[in-house]
Design a protein around this ligand. Sequence first.
Ligand code: HSE
Length: 419
Amino acid sequence: MIKVGIMGVGTVGTSVAQILKDNAEIISARAGVDISVKSGVVKNLNKDRGLDISLSDNVDDILNDEEIDIVVELMGGVDEPFEVVKRALKNGKAVVTANKALLAYHRYELQEIAGTIAFEYEASVAGGIPIINALRDGLSANHIESIMGIMNGTCNYMMTKMTEEGVAYDAILKEAQELGYAEADPTFDVGGYDAAHKLLILASIAYGLDAKPEDILIEGIENVSQDDITFAKEFGYAIKLLGIAKKDANEVELRVHACLISKDEMIAKIDGVMNGISVVGDKVGETLYYGPGAGGDATASAVVANIIDIARSGKSTPMLGFDKPMEGKLTLKATDDINSKYYLRINVSDRAGVLAKITKVFEDNNISVETMLQRPSSTNSANLLISTHIALEKDIQNMIKEIEELEFVNSTPVMIRIV
Ligand code: HSE
């Protein structure tokens, strides 16, 4: 019998206990051993979770329990779970976590501390989609050329509703929170940080790259408006928050931001709270993974899969997919050197000569316009909706600063990269 202790019995923790109970027979057959939850640790002991496991509010009750083989960490946050999982590993217990923020900051230290003890984290990226397994095992023969995906269900749900139903940003964020998709602090979702945490985990497995959130380009969906959605529809695009990792010679670019993506791309068709990730390997070509990226049962499905795997073998594969460092290590590409096509929305006073002055700034920064639309926004002002040919990130950033300074420009221009 394998015994599990759950740190944090919220929506996902409750589902983990319930799945291990509901599907006990098939899980036992697959694992070759019975698995049960012995106890859980919660902050509030007075809340009824409808489970028949013993609950405590003291992490020591799991960490010091010699009968517990596997600690499931679902506490959220970074510092507290880091201390807890380190202690679990030091006490010889295997760890399963869904905590992407913890891994975004501490995955290499945890790999070191875990050594040969199993440390698994399938649920940390794209909830129920077995993307870690696919990347670490199924595609291990390949150099990974790119990873591009919808890794945050909340943003995808919001973008879909704003596009299909014209729902306002604030109303739809509230709905995503009520449906239980959003993080405790939804800034993590709409600001792109949650997707960035997931991208960094995938980048370690794909490229052996040790980067932190502060090292990469992270933007959210906060500035996307109905004007941008109108432009997207008119020019055959969808707007999605994407996590992108792309190998270019010995460098890898990592970025999370809202994107205009052609409606014909598979990723563009992934709507609602669903996640979808495209991975291109040099030998296999393009592979696509689709499924629920949030929600109790979907996330718990991945947690329980890790528990079964550990119960089967008790062995650990290299946690981040590399048994030794690669020669000719890949390095992170500087954000300034990223190349893309760009879309800009510039609100200007609508009078003679404005357009000429704007296009002069484009020219000065070596940026070539591909398409342009002008829409009146209110009396005497208009939105210029402009897309560019491929340009350098540092040139675009410089150009935006210069445009913002012009006396006839009414607000900071909004920029969305085109994929
Ligand atoms: N808040 C996350 C999302 C949950 O919306 O995708 C899963 O990590």
